[in-house]
Each structure stands twice: as structure tokens, then as C-alpha cells.
Design a protein around this ligand. Structure first.
Ligand code: AMP
Ligand code: MN
Ligand code: MN
Ligand code: MN
Length: 275
């Protein structure tokens, strides 16, 4: 079965509207799809309707931003009730921070000699949630960077122009909102944080103490060895394993929608909990 449990639409920083994303997933042969936009659930209804019309299984998803030990960690939520009040309140607080951060990013870029970034980023987000990807699009469009990858090396990251520290939800809050809404919390792309083995195990322990149950073993941003490492951690902690591309944009050739290797055989698939 082809499964992709981590994707983005224009409801956050993805390039395709939710209905187009679903149709593209169908073309790619995906049979079970989750839409996991950053800190928001606005795309879920349209995506679900399209998935129903197209005859594929749709799972509600979200990717929550968390500040853990001064780092930004992403927690994916799967198969939850999006209307659950405390989750909605949590999302509203995260969106408030995004708005404040966007103003601050623009001020910092302005002081670095790059004016008009707030309006520029907004022209890419089209009035929806503002993320660093929209600033990245602006910086590429205006010729400050040659591509998105260049932006995330030379701007918007620690010690570079336009960097603002995260002040997101706590681990307890984010995992709590998802599980109280009936869902499953998943550590997103664990290899991306470049943590030492000890720190990663501390992250997993804190996540599990908050009620988290799964970890992305297969991810568009994991190489073969990282898949093996994360499968071993999942085994050690008896966590369920998830698989998701983290697809954002058809023009980013390094991450394809629905094109994922299988989970290592010893893993417990997270979809056993809801399929
Ligand atoms: P934000 O949540 O607004 O801080 O933005 C985080 C998003 O920026 C991620 O979800 C990616 O979409 C994008 N991003 C971060 N780092 C990179 C990178 N090195 N290359 C491409 N996109 C990145
Ligand atoms: Mn993103
Ligand atoms: Mn992420
Ligand atoms: Mn993502």
C-alpha cells in the first residue's frame, strides 16, 4: 500500500492548493494520504472532500511547531478531531507568534538592507499563514538568493540576516492537544535536527512522557542510514513508525509526493492504529 503521512498545501507553506495536492497524490498512486500543514487545519476539509471524490483514504494531519530545549522541533499530529477547542486555541497562539515573527523577520531584513520583505512574503502567502518559506520565495524572487536552499543557509537561520528565535508551543502542550483531540503524535523528520544520540534519546523520552506514540522512520529528508537509525530507536522505545514525504512543491525535485521506500520490516506501522 502506498502511504504518505506528511504533506503541505497552500494552507501553510506548500505550493499546491489542498484539492490539487490530493489529485497529484492520486496520480502518484497514493492510497492513504495525510495533509499536515504547519500550525493549521484550514486545508483539511477541502482535502478530505477531494479525497472522497477521488476514492483515496484521507487522514487529518497537522505539523505543530514546538520549542524544546531552545530548539525548534516539529510534531506531526494524525487522525485527530480538528474542531477540538484546546487544539484550536493552541493553533491560534502559534499563528499569533507567526505574525509577530514575520514582522520581526522583515525588520531585521530591512536593517540588513533588504526592504519590503513583509509585503513581499505576503504576496507569496496570499494572505494566509506566513512562514519562512514565503520569505525565502521573496528573497529568491528579488535575486538575493539563487534558490530556496541558498536562503536557508545564508538568511533566516541562526547568525544570519532575518533570523528570529522560535517561541513556539511546549512539547507537553503540542502533544497534549493532539492526543486530547483523539489523535496520534509523531516526531517529524528526527534526523533533520542533527542531535547527538544522547540528545535524540532525551527528545524521545520527553515526547513519550507527554503522550507521544510514534516517530517518522521513513521521511523525504532521511537517507538510507537515517531510516535504519530511526527504525532502531523506534524499536528500542517501542514506538510506532510513520512514513511521510514532507512534500511542499512540485518544483523541488528532491522530495516527491508519495514516493517513499517501505518501512523496515521490524517496524510497527503507525497506520495500524487507524486503518
Ligand atoms: P517556519 O515553520 O516558518 O519556521 O519554516 C520552516 C519551513 O521552512 C520548513 O517546513 C521548510 O518548509 C522550510 N525549510 C527550512 N529549512 C529548509 C531548507 N534547508 N531547505 C528547504 N526548506 C527549508
Ligand atoms: Mn514547510
Ligand atoms: Mn518540518
Ligand atoms: Mn513538514
Amino acid at each position: 500500500m502506498q502511504i504518505d503521512l506528511h504533506t503541505h498545501s497552500t494552507a501553510s507553506d506548500g505550493r499546491l492548493p489542498p484539492d490539487e495536492l490530493v489529485r497529484r497524490a492520486v496520480q502518484a498512486g497514493v492510497e492513504v494520504l495525510a495533509l499536515t500543514d504547519h500550525d493549521g487545519v484550514d486545508g483539511l476539509q477541502t482535502a478530505r472532500q477531494t479525497a472522497q471524490a477521488e476514492g483515496i483514504r484521507f487522514i487529518n494531519g497537522i505539523e505543530l511547531s514546538v520549542t524544546w530545549n531552545k530548539r525548534t522541533i516539529h510534531i506531526v499530529g494524525l487522525n485527530f478531531e480538528p474542531d477540538y477547542g484546546p487544539l484550536q486555541k493552541g493553533i491560534a497562539a502559534l499563528q499569533d507568534f507567526r505574525e509577530r515573527r514575520a514582522r520581526e523577520i522583515a525588520d531585521k531584513l530591512d536593517r540588513a538592507g533588504i526592504p519590503g520583505a513583509y509585503e513581499g512574503a505576503q504576496s507569496f502567502s496570499e494572505g494566509r499563514m506566513l512562514g519562512r518559506m514565503h520569505f525565502a520565495n521573496f528573497l529568491v524572487d528579488r535575486g538575493y538568493s539563487k534558490n530556496i536552499r541558498h536562503v536557508f543557509k545564508h538568511y533566516l537561520v541562526a547568525n544570519k540576516p532575518g533570523h528570529v528565535s522560535g517561541d513556539w508551543a511546549s512539547m507537553e502542550e503540542a502533544v497534549g492537544w493532539i492526543t486530547a483531540a483523539g489523535g496520534i503524535a509523531v516526531i517529524a523528520h528526527p534526523a533533520r535536527y542533527k542531535l547527538t544520540r544522547t540528545k535524540l534519546r532525551k527528545l524521545i523520552k520527553d515526547f513519550m512522557a507527554a503522550g507521544g506514540q510514534a516517530i517518522e522512520v521513513v521521511s523525504g529528508s532521511h537517507d538510507v542510514n537515517e531510516v535504519k537509525t530511526m527504525a532502531a530507536h523506534a524499536g528500542d522505545f517501542d514506538l510506532y513508525a510513520s512514513a511521510g514525504s514532507d512534500f511542499h512543491d512540485p518544483d523541488f525535485p528532491w522530495i516527491k509526493l508519495g514516493q517513499l521506500p517501505p518501512l523496515p520490516r521490524q517496524c510497527k506501522p503507525v497506520w495500524d492504529l487507524f486503518l
